[in-house]
Design a protein around this ligand. Structure first.
Ligand SMILES: [Zn+2]
Ligand SMILES: [Zn+2]
Length: 239
């Protein structure tokens, strides 16, 4: 309803990715050419069987996962963290186009539905935003994505059990070590029956170093979860 109203009051006059003029809506926020690009890019390179990152060559498991096997079962993304995937997430996150999460969440749900290794899933957990970001943007983009995934795969979402307890500075400019140190104990999971011995699907927007997904997974497993899988909109390239 909210989206329908938004479409009527504020119809988008340009494609949110390439700015091509036209009429764009919640269900179709970008043009056909951008849609085609998004799809072509999905299978452009081999991916790591464990973390889902795009590898320059080879197959199997990436060097990083071999060195330090992640605690999550698998992580997958819709596509590589490159244009147009990068633009879509920026528009959602920084330009406040909340409704973009409908189409993006739908594409993420499809990846989950098509990969049997994600299943079973008892509950969806979005990566919590820091209170500062929440105040600035008014919404948590991972929760928006999670809500759509929840609808599409018919699994409940819980946005309260996992909390961010430490305000973390922007991660982008930091090295891997700094990121990991920064995130250590940044999250806390309530020990409750909703996650105890349950199979969880963690939702994040982007997987780059994987530090956030890994720290959230550790926190959830420590709180008693049985198993965690990760779905993101985009993932790193060239490892
Ligand atoms: Zn376009
Ligand atoms: Zn990997």
């Amino acid at each position: 309803m909210q989206n329908l109203l938004m479409d009527i009051i504020f119809p988008q006059q340009v494609c949110c990715i390439c700015r091509e003029p036209g009429r764009y809506r919640t269900r179709k926020p970008w043009c056909d050419k951008c849609e085609e690009n998004l799809i072509i890019m999905q299978d452009s390179l081999p991916i790591c069987d464990k973390c889902g990152k795009y590898m320059d060559e080879g197959e199997g498991i990436c060097a990083e996962c071999q060195k330090t096997p992640p605690l999550f079962d698998i992580a997958r993304a819709v596509g590589p963290y490159d244009e147009p995937y990068r633009i879509a997430i920026k528009v959602l996150k920084f330009m406040g186009r909340r409704h973009l999460a409908v189409r993006m969440g739908r594409m993420m749900a499809r990846v989950v539905n098509e990969e049997p290794r994600f299943w079973p899933i008892d509950l969806i957990i979005p990566v919590p935003a820091s209170p500062g970001h929440l105040k600035q943007r008014g919404f948590n983009q991972t929760e928006e994505l999670g809500r759509q995934i929840s609808r599409d795969i018919r699994v409940k979402m819980d946005a309260k059990t996992l909390k961010r307890v430490k305000e973390t500075p922007a991660q982008r400019e930091l090295s891997r070590e700094e990121r990991e140190k920064n995130l250590l104990y940044a999250f806390k999971a309530e020990e409750n029956t909703k996650i105890y011995r349950k199979h969880l699907l963690l939702v994040d927007d982007v997987y780059t170093t994987g530090s956030t997904s890994k720290e959230c997974t550790r926190t959830l497993l420590d709180a008693g979860a049985e198993r965690v899988c990760v779905i993101t909109w985009a993932t790193g390239v060239g490892f």
